[in-house]
Structures are given as structure tokens and as C-alpha cells.
Design a protein around this ligand. Structure first.
Ligand code: SF4
Length: 724
């Protein structure tokens, strides 16, 4: 039996997988009719994060690894032409020539790259070196911008650095889990399973779930708070008000370890229970119960994901939540702290490698002169080459295409033609792009329709690299399958383009282990110090949490800030008090409902893999819209009716699921379906791009819509019967 230990390539929980091939002899691997190895998947009991557990996505991942793969480089001059297969040489030469022409005629800032939390850290690192170091533009952004950039800015502003301070063991040590803006049971199932088992065994342990939907997560809660979308800050400040009024704060911690408490305490005075309950649409009793749970818990663990992050006030929401931990001293200890759950499998690795438009490797910032100088010196590039200005976020790239300022767009391992907001506008901008390279493992995706050059990339099973999960645990992921067709690793493609542009010395890597060895040196002495890690050590020691500095023989550090020293200049955490602004686009008489979007248990993002997996596809074959019975009754909508949903930007149609699991006035649509998988059902046709001013993360979670029944389910059944 051949056995490979690796990491699940779906969500940021980062479950350990064992990939197994049943061999008929010691040497022989069982193969399918085409001669491909047959890989089975099971949870890796030795992986400390998941302890052998795995959800349906991880369990079925090998089904999709050979379906609809892009096998050869292809090019076309215009988007209305068919692609023609070309050699790697021809495709790369064309790109290099184009990059040089754009640099000469428009400058480096006319180049942009949009990457992905599906990258391994080595891919991320080489992309930064190419774009920010060698080409001199910070126009690299990743789909993590859509997922967790508010968590990054919240941590940085409150604690002085990015990096979740908690670990998964805290799920089994806490007195109360405060889950807000996260359907953890479906979207981070193994994190939820770890807590749920412990919760069941310990009746005194509480679970509060804050969500306008009654999700499977809310079903397990001791207290569900179905607040109105956009009122999270009101709720957090309302809890803060009560804790302050009751005197349940940690005055010593506040005094010795924080700043700005007085301003925050002053702001809380506006958040009386009466005001907060009314704004949030909950009872005063429910608010007080939540505050009592905070008061009575020695260890409270807050968990959040997109519900807070995808907001036009995402950073303010994250900081308002962190404030509650600071005022109660509930951070840096076992079982408590603010804990963001990462969406993508290696979004954390992307943050470490500088994979957003304002970052540099090792949790550095492009607008910090010392950070730029350190990286320039390390990379052996001229002083001043790294631009001091943050680059284009992904939405700025769309605006840049509209304004003819982006002349070369390179997209890798992501599907913006489904996942970006205001899709009609996004697609119009992509159509306008003078030159788009799309580097991807699968073909087709919705985005391949907008490419001039297609580059076949290897995927998870075929490439070696490392990924970091939500608890800062780094796992070595070996390639165990042969690349299909002519596919190459993402980092190798970036490095080859770099060499062809004349940066031979900067990209003289032979293996991904060489790339990683260089990257970790840049983390030395930084908050995310991984200088003690290497492919070799991770292979032999197993998954390891950072910080893990060079020379350390310890197996990484479980928690951050255990000494109550934060990463700010004076080592104090900072209270950031905010008044709630609410939704960027609230409902009004013309658009009277709030649409919220989200994910389903069996599907992953834009279905590129799970749409090609039988079990997950059967589990959730079609999109739908959830509507409360009261709203459905008012509109004459019945279960199964086709409902037209219209926002200021476009419209879609979905079958209605009439359910009391959604709050009245709010409707829910899953975000997974693009045009390849369903017609007229792209949730992001409706959403808008208004973003948090600090994190630049768009408010994909909420927009105002109107609803109308367009086809009655009963009529449709009758007409089908007549037809047959
Ligand atoms: Fe993969 Fe996330 Fe499921 Fe774990 S919980 S198996 S990481 S999709």
C-alpha cells in the first residue's frame, strides 16, 4: 500500500489527509483503465489539526483531479477566436514580449496579477519576487482580498500584527464559543466538529451563534441571535456596554497591556440595551443573556469568517469584536481569544509571503521604507525598485481595465468571472482587457472565456509545497501524481518568466524546497518567524505551528501574546471604538429585501472541483433562494416557484425555498454557481463592490434586492405533465 500524508486543498481548516493507493503487489499501484493511479482519501489521524476527521469535500477530492484539465498552452489574438495549441516557448515568449512592451509604453503599473489562496506558499513567494521586486509594481492581489483581508487589518490595527492568536485546541478548552458571521458547521466543518463534540460532553459550555439565518451552526447553539444584517458592531458595543456597567472587565489587563480604553468606554455609553436590541432586531433579554455568557465565562473564544470580513466596515467589525477580548483580558490564554477562520487552504501562507497588494514577505508592508529596504537587499535588486505605494486590489484592477490603465492582466488559480462583485461590470471590464493570461489547472472555467493566453498549471496532487492553516500550522504537501499533459507548477511558470525577462540570478531555483528555504529566511525576526522550518523538517517532524525561529527545537508555538506583549511599538494592544454605519446598501422601498450570500457544506467556491465530483454535485445539484414564509406569503411565492431577484446592478432567477430558517426581510442565495453550472443564477450579479476603506474587502455579504415570482411551481408542473 502506498500512503501519502498531505493537506486538504479546500478550506482553511487545513485537515490532514492520507492519500492511499491499494497496491496489488508491493511495487504496483492500482490503476484505472487509462493507467492512472486510483487514489483513495481518508483523514490523517496524526495531523494535530483534524485528528483523522475529514468532511465530504476532502473525502472526495481525488475524484476531480483528472476531470476537464487544461493540458497544453493555448493562445488566441482576440476573444472571439478559438484557442490554438502552442508550445510553452511560444506562449512564454509572447508574454515576455508583451510585458516588456507594456512596461515601455505604459510603465510597470499597467501590469497586474491576481492570484489565489489555492497557491502553495512557494507560488505566492515567487509571484511577489517577480511582480513587486523585479517588475517594480505592487499590483499583486489574491482572492483572499474577498475572504479575509478585514481580519488582517483588524489584527494589525488592534494587536500590531496579523496572525490569529489562537489554536484549535482552544475549541476544547473554552467555556463559551461566540460564533459570529460564520456558518462554521457547513463552511469549516471539522473546526465545528471539534467544538461540537466537546460542547456535547460539557453541558456547562455555551455556544452563542450570531447569524440572520438559522443555520446548522445556529441549531447547535445555546443562544442564537438572528441580528439584522449590518448590525454586528451595535451588538458588540451593546455587550461591551453591559460588561462595563456590570463592572466585569479586567482592569489590570486594560491598564497594563492596552491603550485607548477611555475613548472606547466613552463610545460605549451610546449603546444602551434598548437602543442595541432595537437596531439588531433582537430582544433585550437575548442581548443580556449573551453579555451574561461573556461575564460568566473565564475563557471565551470568538470565531468569525466572511460574515464580518465581507463588509464595508469589516475592519471596524473585527476590531469591535477584539475590543471585547481586550476589555475582559481574554486573549493570549488557553481557551480564549479572537480567532478568524480562513477561507482558502493557504490564504494564511499568502499573508506570510506578502500576497496582497499592500504587503511584502514576512508580514512586511510596502509603505514602510525599512521593510522595502530589507526585502530589496535580500532579493539583490536596486534600492528603490519596490514601489512605496500599495498596488491595485482586485477591484482596482477591474477599474484599471475600465480606464485602460491595466494593459496586462495575469490571473492564476482563481475564477473572478464568478467570484467578484457586480459581475456584469466585472465581465465587461474583463472583455475590455487588451491582454489576459489565465493560468489554471481546469478548462473550461467561467474565466477562461476572457483569456488570450491559457497556461496549464499543475494542481495540488501534482506539486510539492507547503500550506498554512487557520491555526498557523504549516504542513508539507508532497506532489504524488504525475502532472497531466504539459502542466507546470505555478511557481515554475513565474520563475521562468522572470528568467526570460533577464532576472536569472533571482530565479535560479531548482526545486520548491529551494524556494521555501529562501522564503523562510525573510521571516527571520518577524512575527511570523518560520526561519526554523524547511521542507525536510516538516517532512520529518510533521505539521508545525509558527513562530518557529531558526535554532528552535520546539514544535512551534500554540498561541500568540501569552506574555501579554503585543506587536505594537509600545507592546500594548489598542482599543479601536467604532460607531456602526450599517450596510453600504440598505433596503429601501424600491429594493425592500436584504440579500445575503454564503456557502453550502458540499460545495467549494465556484464549483471548479466540487461541480466535477459526483457526490457533492448530487448533494447540492441546484441553486436556490431562501425566503421567510411571511415574505413569501406577502409576495404570493410558494416553495419551488421561480423567483426573479433584482438589485440595482442586475437580476437572476432562483427556485424558492420557503423557510423560517431565514429572518423576515432577508433572503439567502449560495454564491457557488456560475454560468457553466446553471443559467441566470450568479449571486454576484446582484452584489456591489463597496468595500471597507481599510481592508478594501468588498461587501459581498449584503445588498438590497426586490423579489417577484415569475413562474409558479404548480403551473410549471402542470405544463410539464401536458408536454409529456
Ligand atoms: Fe477539507 Fe475544510 Fe473539509 Fe477539512 S473541513 S476536509 S480542510 S474542506
Amino acid at each position: 500500500m502506498k500512503l501519502i500524508q498531505t493537506l486538504c486543498p479546500f478550506c482553511g481548516v487545513g485537515c490532514g489527509l492520507e492519500i492511499v493507493s491499494t497496491a496489488t503487489t508491493d511495487q504496483e499501484i492500482k490503476r484505472d483503465e487509462q493507467g492512472n493511479p486510483i487514489w483513495k482519501v481518508r483523514g490523517d489521524r496524526q495531523h494535530p489539526s483534524s485528528q483523522g476527521m475529514v468532511c465530504v469535500k476532502g473525502a472526495t477530492v481525488t475524484e476531480s483531479i483528472r476531470r476537464d484539465r487544461l493540458l497544453h498552452p493555448m493562445i488566441r489574438e482576440t476573444l472571439d477566436q478559438p484557442f490554438r495549441q502552442v508550445s510553452w516557448d511560444e506562449a512564454l515568449n509572447l508574454m515576455v514580449e508583451r510585458i516588456q512592451t507594456v512596461q515601455r509604453d505604459y510603465g510597470s503599473d499597467a501590469l497586474s496579477m491576481y492570484g489565489s489562496g489555492q497557491f502553495v506558499t512557494e507560488d505566492y513567494y515567487i509571484a511577489q519576487k517577480l511582480m513587486k521586486g523585479c517588475l517594480g509594481t505592487n499590483n499583486f492581489d489574491a482572492n483572499s482580498r474577498l475572504c479575509m483581508s478585514s481580519a488582517v487589518s483588524g489584527y494589525v490595527q488592534s494587536l500590531g500584527s496579523d496572525g490569529p492568536p489562537c489554536c484549535y485546541e482552544d475549541l476544547e478548552l473554552t467555556d463559551c464559543a461566540f460564533i459570529v458571521g460564520s456558518n462554521t458547521a457547513e463552511c469549516h466543518p471539522i473546526v465545528f466538529n471539534r467544538f461540537a463534540k466537546y460542547h456535547k460532553k460539557n453541558p456547562d459550555v455555551k455556544l452563542i451563534v450570531v447569524d440572520p439565518r438559522y443555520t446548522p451552526t445556529a441549531e447547535a447553539a445555546d443562544l442564537h441571535l438572528p441580528i439584522r444584517p449590518g448590525t454586528d458592531i451595535d451588538l458588540f458595543n451593546g455587550i461591551g456596554y453591559l460588561l462595563l456597567r456590570w463592572g466585569d472587565i479586567d482592569a489590570v489587563f486594560i491598564d497594563e497591556c492596552t491603550r485607548n480604553f477611555q475613548q472606547y468606554a466613552q463610545l460605549l455609553q451610546s449603546y444602551t440595551p434598548e437602543i442595541v436590541a432595537k437596531r439588531c432586531g433582537i430582544t433585550i433579554e437575548a442581548l443580556e443573556t449573551a453579555a451574561r455568557y461573556w461575564q460568566q465565562s473565564k475563557r471565551i473564544l470568538s470565531l468569525w469568517s466572511m460574515g464580518l470580513n465581507q463588509s464595508s466596515e469589516g475592519t471596524a467589525k473585527v476590531r469591535s469584536l477584539i475590543n471585547l477580548h481586550l476589555m475582559t483580558g481574554q486573549i493570549g490564554k488557553a481557551g480564549c481569544g479572537p480567532f478568524s477562520l480562513t477561507g482558502q487552504p493557504n490564504a494564511m501562507g499568502g499573508r506570510e509571503a506578502g500576497g496582497l497588494a499592500h504587503l511584502l514577505p514576512g508580514y512586511r508592508f510596502v509603505n514602510n521604507p525599512q521593510h522595502r529596504a530589507e526585502v530589496e537587499q535580500f532579493w539583490g535588486i536596486p534600492e528603490g525598485r519596490i514601489s512605496p505605494t500599495p498596488g491595485r486590489t482586485v477591484w482596482d484592477m477591474i477599474l484599471g481595465l475600465e480606464q485602460d490603465e491595466v494593459q496586462f492582466l495575469w490571473i492564476a488559480a482563481t475564477n473572478p468571472a464568478v467570484s467578484l462583485p457586480d459581475l456584469e461590470r466585472t465581465k465587461a471590464a474583463l472583455l475590455k482587457s487588451p491582454f489576459t493570461v489565465y493560468q489554471e489547472a481546469y478548462y473550461p472555467t467561467e474565466t477562461s472565456a476572457y483569456a488570450h493566453v491559457l497556461l496549464p498549471a499543475t494542481q495540488w496532487s501534482e506539486k510539492t509545497g507547503v500550506m498554512t492553516n487557520s491555526e498557523r500550522r504549516v504542513t508539507y504537501c508532497p506532489g504524488f501524481d504525475q502532472p497531466l499533459g504539459e502542466a507546470r507548477h505555478d511557481w515554475e511558470i513565474f520563475a521562468e518568466v522572470g528568467r526570460r525577462l533577464g532576472f536569472k540570478e533571482q530565479f535560479a531555483f531548482q526545486t520548491s524546497a529551494d524556494v521555501y528555504a529562501e522564503f523562510v529566511q525573510l521571516t527571520s525576526g518577524r512575527p511570523c518567524d518560520m526561519s526554523g522550518l524547511s521542507h525536510d523538517r516538516l517532512q520529518h517532524q510533521g505539521p508545525t505551528q509558527w513562530p518557529c525561529p531558526a535554532g528552535s527545537t520546539e514544535p512551534g508555538r500554540q498561541r500568540l501574546y501569552t506574555d501579554n506583549h503585543f506587536a505594537t511599538p509600545d507592546r500594548r494592544a489598542i482599543f479601536g471604538g467604532y460607531h456602526s454605519k450599517g450596510l453600504a446598501e440598505p433596503s429601501d422601498p424600491n429594493y425592500p429585501y436584504v440579500l445575503t450570500t454564503g456557502r453550502l457544506y458540499g460545495h467549494w467556491h465556484t464549483l471548479t472541483r466540487t461541480g466535477r465530483t459526483n457526490k457533492t454535485q448530487q448533494m447540492h445539484p441546484d441553486p436556490f433562494i431562501e425566503i421567510h414564509p411571511k415574505d413569501a406569503g406577502n409576495l404570493g411565492i410558494e416553495n419551488g416557484d421561480i423567483v426573479e431577484v433584482r438589485s440595482r446592478r442586475g437580476s437572476c432567477q432562483f427556485p424558492a425555498k420557503v423557510t423560517a430558517f431565514i429572518a423576515p426581510g432577508t433572503v439567502f442565495v449560495p454564491m457557488h454557481w456560475g454560468t457553466l453550472w446553471a443559467s441566470d443564477a450568479e449571486a454576484n450579479t446582484l452584489t456591489h463592490p463597496h468595500a471597507c476603506p481599510d481592508s478594501r474587502q468588498p461587501e459581498l455579504k449584503a445588498c438590497a434586492v426586490q423579489l417577484k415570482s415569475v413562474i409558479s411551481h404548480q403551473l410549471s408542473v402542470i405544463s410539464q405533465e401536458v408536454d409529456s
